[in-house]
Design a protein around this ligand. Sequence first.
Ligand SMILES: *[C@@H]1O[C@H](CO)[C@@H](O)[C@H](O)[C@H]1NC(C)=O
Ligand SMILES: *[C@@H]1O[C@H](CO)[C@@H](O)[C@H](O)[C@H]1NC(C)=O
Ligand SMILES: *[C@@H]1O[C@H](CO)[C@@H](O)[C@H](O)[C@H]1NC(C)=O
Ligand SMILES: *[C@@H]1O[C@H](CO)[C@@H](O)[C@H](O)[C@H]1NC(C)=O
Ligand SMILES: *[C@@H]1O[C@H](CO)[C@@H](O)[C@H](O)[C@H]1NC(C)=O
Ligand SMILES: *[C@@H]1O[C@H](CO)[C@@H](O)[C@H](O)[C@H]1NC(C)=O
Length: 528
Amino acid sequence: MRSFCVLVIAFCGHYDLVWTPTFNLTPFGTATQSSMWSKYYGPENAIRPPISNKFSEGYCTHTYFQPNAAWWMFQFSFGAAYITDIAIYYRENLASRMDGFKLYVTNTSTIPPDGYLCYEDPDPGLPNITQTIPCNQLGQYFIYFDDKGSQQSPTRYDGPVVELCYVAINDNIASESIVSQTPRGSQPASLANDGNAKSCSITKGTTVTLQVDLQKESIVIGVYITFGESTTREGNHTLYASNTSTSWQSGTILYKETSLPSEINVYAVFRYLTYESPVEGLFSELEVCEIGIVGCPPSNYGLFCNQSCPENCNGPCDLDTGKCIFGCLNGWHGDKCEQVCQAGTYGKDCLATCSTHCLYPQCHGVTGECLVGCNDGWQGFDCSQTCTDGFYGINCQQVCSPLCLLRPCDPRTGECIGGCVNGLQGFNCTEVSAIKEDIGSPVIMQVGLFTGGCLFGAVIATLVCCIIIKKRQERNKQVKENTTTETQRDDQQHYDDVKMENISTYQEITIDSTSKEYDQINAAYINH
Ligand SMILES: *[C@@H]1O[C@H](CO)[C@@H](O)[C@H](O)[C@H]1NC(C)=O
Ligand SMILES: *[C@@H]1O[C@H](CO)[C@@H](O)[C@H](O)[C@H]1NC(C)=O
Ligand SMILES: *[C@@H]1O[C@H](CO)[C@@H](O)[C@H](O)[C@H]1NC(C)=O
Ligand SMILES: *[C@@H]1O[C@H](CO)[C@@H](O)[C@H](O)[C@H]1NC(C)=O
Ligand SMILES: *[C@@H]1O[C@H](CO)[C@@H](O)[C@H](O)[C@H]1NC(C)=O
Ligand SMILES: *[C@@H]1O[C@H](CO)[C@@H](O)[C@H](O)[C@H]1NC(C)=O
């Protein structure tokens, strides 16, 4: 035997006594909401204690008042869950804002919700701000939805808003089970696990049994049965645990007494739970209003189900070994998610690589945020953005020279790569030009100087031509031509340098910002 079972059988004459043996699934998933009033009212507040209606910063969620609909959503990290019921604690004294709320279980995160409507607050009247609402539905998301808004006073209408202080989303193995009874009876066996203790299965005969098929061998730590009034009390009440549906009597007897006790402790791993009528051979009646069977909660594992799953598991862990079967929370890896991501990696299973533009090759293990800052020319939390307008340097915190003709300046160095405003020159255009020209671009200015130089040379040459004799004239002309060619070559080369510098900077920015970083950002979005 590898597990521990608490058996509780309740006999009750009152139909409205509800036993709901359940486990809250909200530790296993993530909450989101339509908007956030301030950072103190995040969606996660609703899934952490205290379990109360008390409203204060950090205690409750709070969206904006929204024009059409406000919502709060929970997604299970491990896929679909069978939701038995949902407990809600809304903000104290504001039932008016809760008025008209709807609860959905869905398989998509679509808004407005596209799935099963568990509950809609009826008109007229305001809802109780503390409620436990049965749902009994399989799905991947739970959505609290408000598209009604509230009339706070004759003159004040508030748009839809969500202010949840605590939410528990509960699960119960018996609700996923199949219940059968012999004989077939006057009320169906399925009423014994429909989540409603007011509806009961009823059967009578000389040999009466009720059987719950858990559909797989399960570690059971608690069984709760709510019997109806007409159940025959006299005789031995027997409950068996077995792995076969027919020969349950060769399984384990969990309970056999002439009276119904309130509590018994046993150990059990089994698939079928079978209740047998108290007195065989004599006429007896059985009425079962609700059966609750509590398995090893998804947060526990081990022989006695008393060890906690590793804290960084992304969902339940393996019942035997405690390994995280749905992987790790972002920033962790290893079988039991006990290792933090190595330097330079982050995210789900540490598979993402820190941005190459982080100042040091390390980043936040969960978010990928560059911890120390960005390389020159890059900015943003993961240093994936170039500076776009007028900034440069580490984290793009320095302003380009106001004397640059065109923004941006070089995002790494701050150099005015687009040239300078009139009459200035230099790295960041702080030096006065030797020649003041009324031409905007330095390139045009250079062309102008070049052309002017040639004209000036030609005038000189003409004068020299007119004055000096033919021999000297030839020699002088040769000297002038050499000078012109050299000037021309110098200017052309400088012009090419400027062009090349511009092109290579441009290419670096284009390649870096579009390929790798973009993919990483994409991947990050897909993962969430
Ligand atoms: C979600 O998907 C599961 C599995 O396909 C299905 O059984 C369940 O009914 C679906 N739930 C809803 C609310 O559509
Ligand atoms: C609201 O629900 C709580 C808990 O279910 C209950 O104790 C309380 O009496 C209810 N209040 C009203 C006004 O129905
Ligand atoms: C209950 O079980 C005991 C022992 O198995 C048996 O002696 C007794 O007769 C049973 N009582 C009834 C009412 O069947
Ligand atoms: C059911 O089978 C498991 C092993 O698969 C075993 O550990 C358990 O004891 C069995 N339960 C019963 C009631 O025979
Ligand atoms: C679990 O329960 C067993 C049996 O009672 C006990 O020996 C063991 O120490 C418990 N383990 C933890 C982690 O509490
Ligand atoms: C111009 O460049 C120098 C040196 O590179 C720097 O110290 C100065 O702050 C810059 N001026 C402006 C206005 O950017």
